[in-house]
Ligand binder design. Structure first.
Ligand code: PLP
Length: 362
């Protein structure tokens, strides 16, 4: 049993900033002078209105989104978006481009096919076990949209730059890297992110949708599967995931006010990732699995000389208060997820531990 908090490298649900957890604890029994907790007040109240509107305003400021963009909070996780996207934007006879960079991309593609619609896989990195992000991709100018996964949580790769789709709306699953860096949102028709990696607890998916995409939504869909239902009601067509939206609001406030914005957040994340990658590159014991130009800032995947050593590493790390270092069950190996809330001190502690473990077992 742990007496205090550990360094948390979980892939998701994942670490949240300590100050956010403390603020939640502090205001939990009596939220904003209401005499009730955030989980007990009406989503139609002024209290909750202020929470959701502040979360939206902060998202827009952090990502520099203009009034064309709507910020929504939906349920069903990122996985629900895999099916909602083709339902809303892909008409019969049309085709959408998909880039397959790993498990989550493949799941998104599968949901198009289940609906009997056409997903054109324009590039894939499957030939080398998804260790890289494809380049020079032949996107189709007549595609309904082009879908990518900006960060591949399981394989440890990330798009360094976004592709030019020549006016075709870009759609990205940013579940594991939203708010880790600044980027130009202009080419994106839709961005979605399950909150539980980088911006909050599970149970909420942030969706950023551009106005022109809303015009494509067919009337024939069930209300709960239409983006327009949620955009026209400020995400409150039905009861939203109130607690999750509140936690996201606090995390975004932390990014904006405590860290100082996305440029600062990105600089910290680059320093964290550089520290780990350059240590791994200097060692013959640890071997990164992603190509250098495709390495993720958020999920650092690596192998040790044997599976037995990997098992011992994960075990010993936890004994040293370093948790969550086991790779995804589908790929094995080790993975340090170093989302926004995992600070430089955790990285330095991890590198020190890795050095000691190598000395004892190398
Ligand atoms: C975790 C993850 C998902 C799945 O998210 P759910 O909210 O569990 O549906 C999808 N895409 C990526 C990139 C992820 O990291």
């Amino acid at each position: 049993m742990k007496e205090s908090r550990i360094h948390n490298f979980n892939a998701g649900p994942a670490a949240l900033p300590l100050s956010v957890l403390e603020e939640i604890r502090e205001s939990f029994l009596n939220f904003s002078g209401s005499g009730m907790s955030i989980t007990e007040i009406s989503h139609r109240s002024k209290w909750f209105d202020d929470v959701i509107n502040d979360a939206i305003a902060r998202t827009k400021r952090l990502l520099k989104l203009d009034e064309k963009f709507h910020v929504l909070f939906l349920q069903g996780g990122a996985s629900m978006q895999f099916c909602m996207i083709p339902m809303n934007f892909l008409k019969d006879g049309e085709s959408a481009d998909y880039v397959n960079t790993g498990t989550w991309s493949a799941k998104a593609i599968k949901e198009v096919q289940i609906q009997g619609k056409s997903a054109n896989v324009v590039a894939s990195s499957e030939d080398r076990n998804f260790a890289y992000i494809p380049k020079n991709i032949p996107f189709n100018s007549n595609a309904a949209y082009a879908h990518i996964t900006s960060n591949n949580t399981i394989k440890g790769t990330q798009w360094a730059d976004f592709p030019d789709t020549k006016g075709v709306p870009l759609i990205s699953d940013m579940s594991s890297d939203i708010m880790c860096r600044a980027f130009d949102a202009e080419p994106f028709g839709l961005i979605y992110a399950g909150a539980q990696k980088n911006i909050g607890p599970s149970g909420v998916c942030m969706v950023i949708i551009r106005e022109d995409m809303l015009e494509r939504v067919p009337d024939s869909l069930p209300s709960m599967l239409k983006y327009s239902t949620f955009s026209s009601k400020n995400s409150m067509y039905n009861t939203p995931p109130c607690f999750g939206v509140y936690a996201i609001q606090l995390v975004l406030k932390w990014v904006e006010e405590t860290v100082g914005g996305l440029e600062k957040m990105e600089a910290i994340n680059r320093k964290k990732a550089d520290t780990l990658y350059s240590f791994m590159d200097s060692s013959d014991f640890y071997r990164g699995t992603a190509d250098a130009d495709s390495r993720s800032l958020m999920n650092i995947t690596f192998r040790l000389p044997s599976e037995d050593l990997e098992k011992a590493f994960v075990q010993k790390a936890l004994e040293n208060d370093l948790g969550g270092l086991k790779g995804h069950r589908s790929v094995g190996g080790c993975r340090a997820s170093v989302y926004n809330a995992t600070g430089m001190e955790a990285i330095e502690t991890l590198v020190d531990f890795m050095k000691t473990f190598e000395k004892e077992n190398g």
